[in-house]
Design a protein around this ligand. Structure first.
Ligand code: E4P
Length: 217
């Protein structure tokens, strides 16, 4: 499973890249609004750090506007992937962009039916959101499992990016479901590394090593 980082924060991206686990980046307007600098400056810097798909989202409501925005965003870097919200207008935009070989990530996907249509329209990626569904007392990962089965049934090339991840178990569940990608906030990446028994083990080995070095014979 590939791991993308779900942030527009360049320091977080740099740190995560240094761990050798980052295959791509997803941003959205909310994430970009939290950072200093223009969206263009931020995306240029992210493109210089990560050699993988970098999602940048369009905000127009009509397909013509989405396509115009997408063409401009695509000029920022060869790895820019255009995030298009799921809607009839979004599907029209994805259809045009895929014919122009511009990669798209159909976002705000909440159901298998939307996922089928996104794949048919030629989306390179789809982003089913799990956390926002869990927040409403439903199981977001259920949709992911169904989408994986449907895409396997028909051999769709569209890759599934599990998004709106809130905690480490979402990543594990995404992997068990057979999703291609999980896009993970930096905080959750840090949580994934940690285990209390690892910390206890490291401390004990350090203490015992001190005893070893103090031995004279
Ligand atoms: C990524 O593609 C999504 O925009 C992001 O994961 C949404 O996460 P949220 O539900 O925590 O805002």
């Amino acid at each position: 499973m590939k791991i993308f980082i779900d942030t527009a924060n360049v320091s977080e991206i740099r740190e995560a890249v240094s761990l050798g686990i980052i295959d791509g980046v997803t941003t959205n307007p909310t994430l970009l609004s939290k950072e200093k600098g223009t969206f263009r400056e931020i995306l240029i810097e992210i493109c210089s750090l990560v050699d993988g798909p970098i999602s940048a989202e369009v905000v127009s409501e009509q397909s013509e506007g989405m396509v115009e925005e997408a063409r401009e965003l695509a000029k920022i870097g060869k790895n820019i992937t255009i995030k298009v919200p799921m809607s009839t207008e979004g599907m029209k935009a994805v259809t045009i962009l895929s014919q122009e070989s511009i990669w798209t990530n159909m976002t705000l996907v909440f159901s298998p039916s939307q996922a089928i249509l996104a794949a048919k329209a030629g989306a390179r990626f789809i982003s089913p959101f799990v956390g926002r569904v869990d927040d409403m007392s439903h199981f977001g990962m259920d949709s992911v499992r169904q989408i994986v089965t449907i895409y396997e049934n028909y051999g769709f090339d569209t890759e599934i990016i599990v998004a709106s991840i809130r905690h480490p178990l979402h990543v594990v569940e995404a992997a068990l479901a057979g999703a291609h990608i999980a896009t993970v906030p930096f905080k959750v990446i840090q949580q994934l590394v940690k285990h209390p028994l690892t910390d206890i083990g490291i401390k004990r080995f350090q203490e015992d090593w001190e005893k070893v070095t103090k031995k004279t014979s």
